[in-house]
Design a protein around this ligand. Structure first.
Ligand SMILES: [Ca+2]
Ligand SMILES: [Ca+2]
Ligand SMILES: [Ca+2]
Length: 432
């Protein structure tokens, strides 16, 4: 049998099953690089514990046993790189895939898990990353520039999950034990992040997107249970952004933030839609820059601390079910014609300030026997306060107490009282 020229001289097995890729196996480190250009792809499969076989462009070599670190380097062409952990035993080591530039497809699969960390880098180009296997350590996906997508369906990730520079992120896994961080400030053509499974995040959730039109969906039409045990920070940058806390029918998705929730934008016409059954354990703070902003609750909504909404100039519309807010509700808006509707009273006080332009603050009660405590300072412009109580449940009208200052006016500020009773101390200033 004639021996062919081989570049992987460190191999001991020399039967004629050569793969074109370069392979170095030393001290438990299995380095695979230079897959066949234009070939059918590179597949690395765990056959028994820490033992992998390698197939490049349909030709196989291995198995390599005692692997503790698996490193795969792609070309600057379009690579297909698959790692399958199999169904026999856990892989106790770590994994690094650097697919290089080009339009790459990489995947980590298998019903058994890996105990170490997975680092998946896909470089420039339009890349597709799929992570389906469980990872005991941290998992990092970085796709640099391009129309990149990543789907993480791992039942379990023990450490942090970091997803960087990916345009379309689909989260369909089970548990992330550490922090979940999604960062895409490099690609400004719009990012979509979708939570489409029952997912628990053990620590903090941080999502940062750029100046494109971004969409973040918690849940899907199936009615998901999504829980974040730490704090949650979402910054959607500039652009027309949409954050949907729940996607299905009102109340169908259950979204729980056991810590605080902070949502920030840097401008644009944004919408924060609390559609699901929402529970925020700490404070909720929504801060919008200028633009026409809407924030609304349409399902059960509770906040353990205070709810604060700050908006810049623009026509803003806020509709909040206040009954589940244990602390204060504070709404500060800039110039422009704003409408703020609060249904049911919070446990604390409603604070409201606004700039120029006519602002309408509606207190709407359809339960009865509630006390609305207010401290309202309207700006210049003709502003309106509606105090409406239609006590369908208890039959007892709700009470309005506190202080309302109409501020400046052109024609006059308006106080519409319908059904709600005034109780001491109640101070009305600068009306009409
Ligand atoms: Ca590549
Ligand atoms: Ca890329
Ligand atoms: Ca944005």
């Amino acid at each position: 049998m004639k021996r062919r020229h081989r570049t992987f001289l460190s191999l001991e097995r020399l039967e004629d099953r050569s793969v074109p890729a370069s392979i170095t196996f030393t001290a438990g480190n299995l380095f695979i690089s230079t897959p066949t250009f234009g070939g059918t792809g590179l597949t690395i499969t765990q056959t028994t514990a820490n033992t992998f076989s390698v197939t490049d462009n349909g030709k196989s070599i291995g198995p390599f046993s005692g692997v503790g670190f698996l490193s795969i380097t792609g070309s600057n062409g379009n690579d297909s790189i698959s790692v399958n952990l199999g169904a026999t035993a856990n892989y106790t080591g770590s994994l690094l895939i650097n697919a290089g530039n080009g339009n790459d497809t990489i995947s980590l699969a298998g019903t058994k898990m890996m105990n170490g960390s997975a680092t998946l880098l896909t470089g420039f180009g339009n890349d597709t990353t799929t992570v389906a296997a469980s990872v005991g350590g941290t998992a990092l996906i970085n796709s640099t520039l391009g129309d990149d997508s990543a789907t993480v369906s791992s039942p379990f990730i023990g450490g942090d999950l970091n997803v960087q520079a990916v345009k379309v992120v689909n989260l369909t896994g089970g548990i992330v034990g550490g922090n979940l961080t999604i960062q895409d400030i490099q690609v400004n053509n719009g990012v979509t992040v979708s939570f489409k499974s029952n997912l628990t995040i053990g620590k903090a959730l941080n999502i940062t997107t750029g100046s494109g039109a971004d969409t973040i969906n918690f849940g899907d039409s199936a009615g998901r249970v999504i829980t974040v045990n730490g704090s949650t920070q979402i910054n959607v940058g500039d652009g027309t952004d949409q954050v949907n806390f729940g996607v299905g029918p009102p109340g169908a998705d259950s979204v729980t933030f056991n810590g605080s929730l902070t949502l920030t934008d840097n401008g644009g016409n944004d919408a924060a839609n609390f559609i699901g059954s929402i529970r925020i354990g700490g404070n909720a703070q929504l801060t919008f820059a200028s633009g026409n902003v809407t924030a609304a609750t349409s399902g059960p909504f509770s906040v353990g601390g205070n709810l604060s909404i700050t908006a810049g100039n623009g026509t803003n519309t806020f509709g909040i079910t206040g009954g589940g807010v244990a602390g204060n509700i504070t709404v500060n808006v800039g110039n422009g014609s704003d409408t703020i509707t609060i249904t049911d009273s919070p446990g604390g006080t409603i604070f409201s300030t606004d700039g120029n332009g006519g602002t309408r603050l509606q207190l709407l009660d359809f339960t009865g026997s509630e006390t609305f405590r207010v401290n309202v300072n309207f700006g210049s412009g003709d502003d309106t306060l509606d105090a409406v109580s239609i006590p369908i449940v208890t039959g007892v009208p709700s009470i309005l107490t506190g202080r309302v200052d109409g501020g400046g006016r052109i024609l006059g500020n308006v106080f519409n009282q319908f059904g709600m009773q005034l109780a001491s101390t109640f101070i009305l200033i600068n009306f009409p």
